[in-house]
Design a binder for this molecule. Sequence first.
Ligand code: 3NM
Length: 220
Amino acid sequence: MKNSTIKYKKRFSDVLLYVIISPTLVRKNGGNILQEVIRGGADAVQLREKTMPDNEFLAIAKDFREITGQTNTLFIINDRAKIAGKVNADGLHIGQTDMNINNARKIIGNDKIIGRSTHNIFQARLAEQEGADYISVGPLFYTATKSHEPPVGLRYLQQVRQEISLPFVVIGGITANNAAEIIQAGGNRIAICSAIICSENITQATRTLKDLLVKNNPFS
Ligand code: 3NM
């Protein structure tokens, strides 16, 4: 493995709190949200906008690249591989209906991180075979952010822990109220969107969740 490849993979293995930012969801400036979550201790951020035109997305992605570069925060782009390559994002997150992992690698480079959404153990096995660097496991609970996807509950998390050796983030309906239960169940890396970016005080909401993860961190 090349040094740069090890660098990116290692950086993902250090992630505890992964924040998904959709500026249009809260009608706020993306750069401001980003700065607040970084201040609160986010280890990785994902820029996710499903319907925004590419040129607008690209402008935000450039800002995100600059800001995350200054703070050494891992920067991942949802779905838009070409833009991830263009702005030199650290990684790409792809859903089940997005492109395949091989094609994504060709666009963003072999050394970058590729994450795949999974909703059942078959998808998780496939993601592992196809060479994903991490998977997301969810939605654990109902979430308005991805309301068409039925919740999988903690049972799927247990299956992943038993069978899959890739790093994973748990996702979907996670808040400060249920995070401790999820961490106890083995969800050591958590991805959150609305409970952070829709809160009144984004920095404080991020800090609260990060503290819970650090306090219960089995890696330290
Ligand atoms: N992907 P919130 S759940 C973007 O299970 C996304 O693949 C999911 O948002 C999956 O923290 C989800 O607001 C929404 O529930 C996460």
